[in-house]
Design a protein around this ligand. Structure first.
Ligand code: GLN
Length: 504
């Protein structure tokens, strides 16, 4: 099969030139997905490609043709209103798309159909973009490898013996395998950046509130954010610019200042790079278990910045050592409470032995949830219990408040934080499934961003000798997304193709 275009800009150029149609592109995605599904080592990035997605593509093609027939002004006006006209995208299976199934990769949501679209989806659709299918994930977004899915793991397109990362592994693999130019994932503690790093694409975790959570299945509500995965910084900036901003349905949502800088995305000027004051947390460089090859990629990125004239200082931020403990107490408490709604009555699966409500709840939840989700519900309820909440939950809340203050203070002195996304590259399938602690530690460099409600971008920055991608985080204060993306664009221009699809 000849090469498919991969970035949004390439697709737009080909759509404008007439060498590609949206319907044709979506059909190709469907064919590649179907062919791959038949192989022994299928990626399993998508749980479903919507069978009428190509028809939506054809409608976008017709809209474009009708405007073009009226002249170039009419076409330009249409594209101003619908800047992503005909661009397909992939959706993690915990984000509602009206009329489509939604399972969170859990048995408990078997048969559930979303009654409305998440705000992020309706805004993308209003801009002309087309959701092509649902992506695999860890059950209820709990995990770091997409192995905790009732539908089986998603393999890493770079090397199929390895995990894709999680929990948005399906979204990352779909982009990395060029089955979508961009994808939506979600983050509670690193679930967009980690798979972006493992699969070699860009992945953004926006500041808390920038993207509405309306229609997104809650895990840890005070941490959850939708994130975006793409091949280039522009492939993230363009969808971000149409999705961001306050939403009536989500009281925690807010506008993104400087959103106008996102589209078109410019590169940070050399003078801006030279003026950067960058912090590297001591706690991360001295972390146990930092893979030397990840360390080498990290050093090369630091050299690139210092070569531009930026100043890098090692900052001591001891509170970072509490990230994992603090996160797991807060995230699991919120998860235990959020997941109590899956009771066998309102959503999806129902197992009713006919012995009353208690039996109905117990049977449905016992059969519906997988082992990792059950572990977390039990831990979450434990730390919330009256007896222990003072020792656990309340303490975690005060650690979090302190972390927020210290990270904010760090960003008063520095423009950004630079650090690896993960201490290691992708690991082999099955390597950590029996060891939850090892799995939890995958997020030790990402979680401070969620706890402090700030922003960070995973940048595909290099590879190990075995060819596994390594991502480095460009992290910044709340609402620094436009700036982080412009800095990443400067990186991209000097390292073109670092986030390109596998085998192209
Ligand atoms: N890996 C982390 C966890 O298992 C983060 C998950 C996420 O960001 N959704 O909780």
């Amino acid at each position: 099969m000849d090469t498919m275009p991969n970035t949004i800009a390439q697709i737009q150029t080909q759509l404008a030139g007439g060498s590609l149609t949206s319907a044709g592109l979506i059909r190709r995605i469907g064919q590649e997905f179907a062919a791959d599904s038949q192989t022994d080592e299928a990626l399993n990035a998508f749980l479903e490609i919507y069978d009428d997605a190509a028809e939506l593509g054809a409608a976008a093609d017709a809209e474009r043709a009708a405007a073009a027939a009226q002249g170039s002004d009419a076409l330009a006006a249409l594209l101003r209103k619908k800047p992503l006209l005909g661009i397909p995208f992939a959706v993690k299976d915990n984000i509602s798309v009206k009329g489509r199934r939604l399972t969170c990769a859990s048995r408990i949501l078997e048969g559930y159909v979303a009654p409305y679209s998440a705000t992020v989806i309706s805004r993308l659709c209003a801009a002309g973009a087309i959701p092509v299918g649902r992506c695999n994930q860890d059950e209820f977004a709990m995990g770091s490898s997409t192995e905790y899915s009732v539908y089986g793991p998603t393999r890493n397109p770079v090397n199929r013996a390895y995990v894709s990362g999680g929990s948005s592994g399906g979204s990352a693999a779909a982009v990395a395998a060029n089955l979508a130019p961009f994808a939506l994932g979600t983050e509670t503690g690193g679930s967009v950046r980690l798979p972006a790093s493992y699969c070699g694409v860009y992945g953004l975790k926006p500041s808390y509130g920038v993207l509405s959570r309306w229609g997104v299945v809650a895990f840890g509500s005070s941490l959850d954010q939708v994130g975006i995965l793409g091949h280039t910084p522009s492939d993230i900036a363009a969808p971000l610019s149409v999705m961001c901003g306050a939403d009536f349905y989500d009281d925690t949502s807010c506008d993104l200042p400087d959103a106008a800088q996102l589209s078109p995305l410019a590169s940070a000027a050399d003078s801006e790079l030279a003026a950067l004051n960058i912090a590297v947390p001591r706690q991360f460089i001295e972390a146990k278990g930092l893979d030397p090859e990840v360390g080498a990629v990290f050093e090369s990125v630091q050299r690139w910045f210092t070569g531009k004239g930026a100043r890098i200082t090692v900052a001591d931020v001891p509170i970072l050592d509490a990230s994992i403990a603090c996160y797991y107490v807060i995230a699991l408490s919120e998860a235990a409470s959020n997941l109590s709604r899956f009771d066998g009555i309102r959503y999806g699966l129902r197992r009713d032995p006919g012995e009353g409500y208690d039996e109905l709840y117990v049977r449905t939840r016992s059969e519906g949830f997988g082992p990792e989700v059950k572990r977390r519900i039990i831990l979450g309820n434990y730390v919330l219990s009256e007896q222990f909440s003072g020792d656990c939950y309340k303490k975690a809340m005060s650690v979090r408040a302190r972390m927020q203050r210290e990270i904010q203070a760090l960003y008063e002195r520095h423009d950004m934080v630079l650090c690896p996304v993960c201490p290691t590259p992708a690991f082999k399938l099955g390597q950590k499934t029996e060891d939850p602690m090892a799995m939890y530690l995958s997020d030790m460099f990402t979680i401070f961003v969620n706890l402090s409600r700030t922003a960070a971008l995973s940048v595909p920055a290099g590879k190990t000798s075995a060819g596994l991608p390594v991502g480095i985080q460009f992290a910044g204060a709340m609402f620094s997304e436009p700036r982080l993306l412009r800095i990443a664009e400067a990186w991209e221009r000097e390292h073109p193709g670092c986030g390109q699809p596998v085998g192209r």
